[in-house]
Design a protein around this ligand. Structure first.
Ligand code: SF4
Length: 346
């Protein structure tokens, strides 16, 4: 038996053509497209404005691959971590992070990760495959529903900060964002979306050339090459100078400032010399800094720096007119915090 095609891999035009080839009107394709994306339905039977025959014909030709929530864990602070099962039974994690004024979805872009950031739980999972655009889209739909159900308002922001490096799944990530922001999809503003990357200069330049409208965050963690390479091997081939050049290119094209994500670890980057290097780096590119609380993963090789070290960073950055936010971690009790996503619930 022939394997049925995943209908969500088709463009609207291809869907319209399918119907005209089968003796029906092209606008049926529009109707189906609306069900698949805007209404995010996972069953042909739910497409109630189509005749029974049409639904049967779709059923005979296509499947709607979709994700399912395999397990949902709720933290005391309202954070929700989902183990999301893909159509081939692989798992990724997606997190809903609430604050008083907004809810943010942290979504995954790959199953596992091929980069070896040595502080990150996901790095221990081998990269299995890239997520398809619909699998990224579905994570957003799941979290939007949870936001409405548990927090009484729709999802307000999305960060690509879950499992995987989004710029190594470039095409699918951009396609998912295109659908998420389109009025035919979820109609979210690109201003509310942030792509977070370890910083791959070639791909950052490509983003700028592709005229994207979302925000860019870079996991910096050190502005000293030697230290950054130790924490993030990607820095060995793509050093800070090259990264900076690509970020300036991004800024010149998009006019959007960069957010640097930065964790301070005890005895690694918690000295005055480290913060001075960060100040020097930030002064070379319009940017702000998010200091993120670290969540030790099981073996505890790395530890969160002292409160005094964080205070020193804040004081020095502010004295140099660099905007800095301290991000307290959410969902620690369910391993949903930054760097902790590792399919542990499975
Ligand atoms: S921090 Fe991101 S890029 Fe680095 S290993 Fe973890 S998931 Fe991959």
């Amino acid at each position: 038996m022939l394997k049925k095609q995943d209908i969500r891999a088709l463009t609207k035009e291809q869907l319209r053509n399918f119907f005209t080839k089968n003796g029906d009107k092209a606008f049926r394709g529009n109707q189906v497209y609306e069900w698949l994306w805007h209404k995010a339905t996972h069953s042909f039977d739910d497409m109630t404005n189509l005749s029974k025959e049409t639904r049967m014909m779709l059923e005979e030709n296509f499947v709607i691959n979709h994700v399912e929530v395999d397990e949902m864990q709720r933290s005391n602070d309202g954070t929700i971590k989902n183990a999301i099962k893909l159509h081939d039974n692989l798992l990724v994690e997606s997190v809903l992070i609430p604050t008083e004024t907004r809810t943010t979805a942290c979504v995954s872009s790959q199953v596992g990760c091929s980069l070896d950031c040595n502080f990150c739980a996901t790095a221990r999972l081998k990269r299995m495959r890239n997520l398809n655009p619909d699998e990224i889209y579905d994570q957003v739909v799941v979290i939007d529903k949870q936001s409405r159900l548990y927090h009484n308002h729709k999802l307000s922001n999305i960060v690509f900060m879950g499992m995987g490096e989004p710029l190594l799944n470039y095409k699918n990530v951009l396609e998912s964002i295109e659908k998420i922001t389109s009025d035919e999809g979820l109609g979210m503003s690109p201003k509310r979306i942030t792509l977070s990357t370890v910083g791959i200069p070639k791909m950052i330049k490509k983003l700028a050339d592709d005229d994207v409208r979302f925000n860019l965050a870079v996991s910096l963690h050190s502005a000293i090459d030697e230290i950054r390479s130790k924490m993030m091997p990607i820095n060995e081939k793509n050093d800070l100078a090259e990264l900076l050049e690509s970020l300036n290119y991004w800024y010149s094209k998009t006019n959007k400032i960069i957010t640097f994500e930065y964790v301070i670890w005890k005895d690694i980057n918690d000295s005055q010399k480290d913060v001075n290097a960060l100040v020097t780096y930030c002064k070379k590119i319009p940017s702000k800094v998010n200091l993120i609380e670290y969540n030790a993963i099981d073996d505890g090789e790395f530890q969160q720096a002292s409160k005094a070290a964080t205070a020193m960073y804040v004081k020095t950055l502010e004295a140099n007119n660099i905007v800095v936010n301290v991000r307290r971690s959410r969902g620690k009790d369910i391993d949903a915090a930054c760097g902790q996503l590792a399919n542990k619930s499975s």
